[in-house]
Write a protein of this length. Structure first.
Length: 138
């Protein structure tokens, strides 16, 4: 089964796990957010080793901040070291896998449209706060 190693970068925790290409969550875990970029990369590479017997197609990252197509995360957040360097390029070089990064609020809205409350809706609004969520569709 083809899977995506997925990460949700948060200021307190990183949530992560395997998701298949149909959107089914295979595994999920969380860990305290690493304190440096180097330790974050080390952690992600260790997760790849942990799942080395899986058919992992790529890495998906949900991140705070404004994310450029090139993979640079702009803005500021509780994870200051992710803002500025080209995380996508760095992770692709380190892992040999395709990496996709998107803003966390955009990820939440896209997931609702794909598999959640907004599936099949013509319009939707997904509002997201730092530690609380609210959603609406019609």
């Amino acid at each position: 089964m083809t899977s995506i190693l997925s990460f949700d970068f948060g200021g307190t925790h990183i949530k992560y796990g395997l998701v298949d290409t149909d959107g089914k969550i295979i595994t999920k875990e969380k860990k305290q957010t690493p304190k440096t970029l180097e330790s974050l990369i080390f952690f992600i590479k260790n997760q790849l080793k942990q799942y080395s017997n899986e058919d992992i197609k790529g890495i998906a990252i949900s991140s705070p901040g404004s994310v450029s197509e090139e993979g640079i995360i702009y803005g500021s957040s509780a994870i200051p070291y992710i803002h500025g360097p080209n995380i996508k390029k760095h992770m692709e070089t380190e892992t040999g896998l395709t990496v996709h990064i998107e803003n966390d609020a955009n990820c939440a809205a896209l997931s609702e449209v794909w598999k959640g409350a907004a599936t099949g809706k013509k319009r939707c609004c997904r509002c997201r706060g730092g530690h609380g969520n609210w959603r609406g569709t019609h």
